[in-house]
Ligand binder design. Structure first.
Ligand SMILES: Cc1cc2nc3c(=O)[nH]c(=O)nc-3n(C[C@H](O)[C@H](O)[C@H](O)COP(=O)(O)OP(=O)(O)OC[C@H]3O[C@@H](n4cnc5c(N)ncnc54)[C@H](O)[C@@H]3O)c2cc1C
Length: 944
């Protein structure tokens, strides 16, 4: 491919070089580079430079982005890309993920990102910027022709229309106003506001029509120090509502579960209202509810009939925009101060007449009967939404029938055109023409489609679809033949595009099951069973069942499924399928050694095999191939080229980043994954750890509770999420909440087996150490009530019912270091010295070095603690803590050992060492519990 001659190189024309067109070019360059594909791209736009468009072409640094830096990365797979650029652009500055940078900076960022992508593409992409306006589109024998205003006809194998928001509409203005030199119909025209800024002698009043975000920009530009000090700005609109401001601090989006919300506008209104009210009640703020809704808007919009959509546009859209499109907090402060100083007024009103004043300016009469003189009137009513009313030659040409067929059909309200995933539908409903669009041109079918968070994902999808069309990747069929991209006998594929040797119907059931595994949802085993029922010879569906049964506790007959898989693959299957079945067989025999080696070799050959990767990476669902943190990190990071920005991979990467204590990156990655897939359990898990490790206990608990009851309703491992919420509650000192949660979500029979061992038992031990028993310990050495952290705290629930709900083998002969560690904790919680001795003996004979050394020592330490030999317990725990990471699990899970050390130190009378340990934790993150424990020690007379 790399040697393709210039003449045979595919060509793509992108009309519009604003943010959307530039991002398409970025992704064309990056993807073509990765595929070693030579490509010619022509960007057509009269603008003098790419990456600006209306929004980012402003030269006024007061015009800020209305989305925080974390949401503005050009690359969906790297949510921190823009923030890193900002930090490089302003060395020593204070940019954070929640900064609102200037739009001018953002224009430079987009410009630089495309320039870098071209440089990194190893010259595969040849990009030309043609400064012209496209006025028409024609079908060509191959590809399409774009007609430009200067009469050229350019042929492209594919065309992307990235023409952005329509121009401002001023049809509402009376003819006197339209004809006045003191009326500015388009404040975004280059230099349009300069004439007002320079005006020192006319009437000081400026009337701004429209009270949305454009008005905010205009007010900022017309009120700074370069303007006359006596300027007063009056803003009017039909409703007189200003956009809301962003919260001063970042808050996680609360994504609602919408499957039961119904299809009609009245039902959706009620549900949206319910969602807003419940999130406001829980968090004290409505904004997380709006931010969560944003991820579901396209799905909700799709449910509405054309009639309901029209009704929404007429009655709800303006309220929606006020809440959804918010201004930066600093802009909100400026506007508030101006209003307080009488320099800005905002009112609901409408112009009915305008007359020229003798010395310049206008006398404006309003619908409420009042009139007033103004120096200038500025139109800030925003773009004319209906493309059919614009008189734009390109849009008119697209909608104009030729031979009875028009190239495009207007979507709802004329807000762009109809498409199939971005590819234009003609008036016959066909997607034959190789023409795509994105951004504002898809508003009618998506509603929210004009901001960068939506546009960047569309740009990547369009670039990939275009390349798949103009230069399809070769594919290998089951019989070994290599064919071009689309082929009638090609097999069905899994969610990552890997071929499946089965029928389309069975593949659909298998894929639904696999997606449940990827989202950490329950019910995957039923869907896989359904796939094997639909096609009994579907080998990897049998193998997947065996794997889930063996490694993830699913309800499956592992031996029978493995046997069925082996039998089926002899009849039908490709290399990957055969290899996977062999791997599952080895894993069943020996999960770690031979099984792990075979799994890693399989992943090296088939990195996009999601099932294999799921089993290899240690997560809440699978124990993985390693307990060594670095090995798990290397595995995940090494898979980046195979997955790019796939939400599932981004979720795993988010978890890795929090493990590496890179909490900002982890948070951004998790948010980005959740905006694509609100049910991604891995992303929620990563975000949960970020909240815990950064001390956001109250907001973490509320957010997690919301997720568990909404998008996470069918999450598997729900007990683990409940455990996380309980840790927040413990940290907040709210033991009544812990008790309620334990009995409703973590006590047997709700939770049993290995989850009960890991989550329920360890919670009970921590609870005991940090509350009632702590008080006892402190008062014992501290001689008084002064030290009580939780005065009057009663004992946590008994641990025996949990132990009864766990397979006894897990307690006496656990295999992995992580389970062995939790078995020792559970036995300690039960005060079972004999059990600890027996477990310790088993550990010392283990073939696993971490079990043999680390967990065996923990058993000794816990035995000493239960017997009240506190100095021994302290010594052993201090020995083991530095290497504890080798048992696997997360920092939050391993923390239970540190809690035991703290408790032992206090009991051993080592208050100073305990305070030091607490201080090192409090330096890392806030915790009411740790604060209270620390002051219980420092107030106690022993060290006073
Ligand atoms: C004032 C303002 C502020 C905004 N702030 C933000 C923000 O902070 N964050 C955010 O995410 N979004 C913001 N938005 C939303 C914004 O629309 C998008 O983020 C983004 O700029 C849209 O890019 P685009 O390329 O689709 O459209 P545009 O930026 O409108 O670019 C379209 C380009 O197409 C060209 N063009 C149009 N027709 C033709 C033709 N026939 N032939 C050739 N070229 C043509 C135009 O010259 C233009 O350069 C803002 C929008 C506005 C208006």
């Amino acid at each position: 491919m790399a040697t393709m001659s210039r003449r045979s190189r595919p060509s793509v024309i992108v009309v519009g070089a604003g943010a959307a067109g530039t991002l398409v070019a970025v992704h064309l360059a990056r993807t073509a580079g990765r595929r070693s594909l030579g490509l010619d791209v022509t960007l057509i736009d009269p603008a003098d430079r790419w990456g600006r468009g209306v929004a980012f072409g402003t030269s006024d640094d007061q015009h800020l982005l209305n989305v925080p830096a974390a949401g503005m990365s050009a690359l969906p797979e790297e949510p921190g890309h823009f923030l890193a650029w900002l930090q490089r652009d302003e060395p020593g500055g204070d940019a954070t993920a929640y900064s609102f940078a200037s739009r001018r900076q953002y224009g430079r960022y987009l410009d630089g990102t495309l320039t870098d992508a071209l440089a990194d593409g190893l010259g595969e992409l040849n990009l030309k910027h043609l400064r012209a306006r496209a006025v028409g589109l024609r079908r060509a024998a191959a590809g399409s022709l774009v007609v430009t205003s200067d009469g050229r006809e350019l042929r492209g194998d594919a065309v992307v229309l990235a023409t952005g928001l329509p121009s401002s509409g001023s049809h509402w203005a009376t003819s006197d106003l339209q004809n006045s030199a003191f009326f500015l119909p388009d404040p975004w025209a280059p230099g349009a506001l300069d004439v007002i800024r320079r005006d020192r002698n006319g009437h000081p009043g400026v009337l701004v029509v429209g009270t949305g975000l454009t008005m905010v920009d205009v007010v900022l530009s017309l009120s700074d120090g370069a303007n006359r000090p006596d300027r007063v700005i009056h803003a009017v609109s039909r409703h007189g509502r200003l956009p809301k401001t962003h919260a001063p601090e970042f808050a996680l989006a609360a994504i609602p579960e919408i499957s039961q919300w119904g299809d009609s506008l009245p039902e959706l209104r009620e549900q949206v209202w319910r969602h807003l009210s419940s999130v406001t009640r829980a968090t004290g703020d409505w904004r997380p509810a709006m931010d969560g809704l944003r991820t579901q808007v396209a799905a909700l919009w799709e449910r509405l009939t054309e009639h309901d959509r029209a009704e929404f546009l007429a009655r709800d859209a303006s309220a929606w925009n006020v809440l959804r499109h918010r201004m930066a907090p600093s802009s909100g402060v400026v506007l508030r101060e101006m209003r307080a100083a009488g320099r800005l007024t905002v009112a609901a009103n409408r112009i009915v007449a305008a007359e020229p004043l003798p010395y310049g300016g206008l006398l404006v009469t309003f619908a409420d009967g009042t009139d007033q003189n103004f120096g200038w009137v500025v139109n800030c009513t925003g773009p004319q939404a209906d493309m059919r009313l614009l008189g734009d030659p390109l849009y008119d040409d697209l909608l104009h029938p030729r031979g009875g067929v028009s190239a495009a059909v207007a979507a709802t309200g004329g807000m762009g055109v109809r498409t199939a995933h971005g590819r234009l539908l003609d008036s016959e409903g066909s997607t034959d023409a190789p023409v795509w669009t994105l951004g504002a041109m898809r508003r009618g079918e998506l509603w929210e489609s004009t901001a960068v968070p939506e546009i960047r994902s569309q740009a990547l999808a369009v670039a990939t679809a275009v390349l798949d069309e103009v230069a399809p990747l070769p594919r290998r069929l089951a019989d070994g033949r290599v064919v071009s991209g689309r082929h009638p006998v090609a097999r069905p594929r899994d969610p990552l595009g890997l071929p499946l040797s089965t029928t389309a119907e069975a593949a659909a059931a298998y894929n639904a099951g696999l997606e449940r595994v990827m989202r950490l949802q329950s019910g995957a085993d039923d869907l896989l069973r359904e796939a094997t029922r639909l096609d009994p010879d579907f080998a990897i569906a049998h193998a997947a069942l065996a794997m889930l049964g063996h490694e993830a506790g699913a309800d499956a007959d592992v031996k029978a499924s493995l046997e069925a898989a082996r039998k089926a693959v002899r009849k039908r299957g490709d290399d990957r399928e055969r290899s996977l079945i062999e791997v599952v067989g080895l894993r069943v025999k020996d999960v770690r050694r031979a099984g792990a080696q075979a799994l890693m070799a399989h992943i090296a050959d088939h990195p996009r095999d999601v099932l294999a990767v799921s089993a290899a990476v240690p997560t809440i669902a699978f124990s993985g191939v390693t307990d060594v943190q670095h090995e798990a990190w290397d595995l995940v990071e090494g898979l980046a080229p195979a997955y790019g920005d796939h939400w599932w991979y981004i979720s795993l990467l988010a978890f890795t980043r929090q493990d590496q204590s890179r909490f900002d990156d982890a948070g951004m990655l998790a948010e980005s994954a959740l905006s694509c897939e609100p049910s991604s359990g891995h992303a929620v898990h990563a975000q949960t750890h970020v909240m815990y490790e950064t001390g956001q206990h109250e907001s973490g608990r509320v957010w997690l509770d919301h997720w568990v009851t909404e998008s996470g309703r069918s999450a598997s491992h729900r007990a683990h999420f409940s455990w996380h919420a309980a840790l927040h509650e413990l940290s907040l000192g709210d033991t009544e909440a812990v008790r309620r949660r334990y009995y409703s979500q973590l006590a047997p029979p709700t939770v049993t087996g290995v989850r009960a061992l890991i989550d329920s038992a360890s919670l009970l031990w921590r609870w005991k150490l940090t509350t009632s028993d702590w008080d006892g310990a402190v008062s014992a050495f501290g001689r008084g009530e002064a030290g009580a952290v939780f005065p009057g705290e009663t004992q946590p629930p008994p641990v025996q019912p949990v132990l009864d709900a766990v397979d006894p083998v897990l307690l006496s002969a656990p295999q992995t270091p992580f389970v062995a560690l939790h078995a020792s904790i559970a036995l300690a919680a039960a005060g079972d010295v004999a059990g600890l001795v027996e477990l310790g003996r088993h550990c010392r004979h283990s073939r696993d070095a971490s079990v043999r050394t680390i967990v065996a020592t923990v058993c000794d330490a816990l035995e000493a603690a239960v017997e009240g030999r506190w100095n021994d317990a302290c010594r052993l725990l201090e020995d083991v803590l530095p290497v504890l990471v080798r048992v696997g699990g997360s920092a939050a899970q391993r923390e239970v050992v540190e809690e035991t050390l703290l408790f032992s130190l206090v009991n051993a009378g080592e208050a100073e060492r305990a305070v030091k340990l607490l201080d090192s934790r409090l330096d890392r993150r806030t915790s009411l519990l740790d604060d209270r424990r620390r002051s219980s020690l420092t107030l106690a007379p022993v060290i006073a």
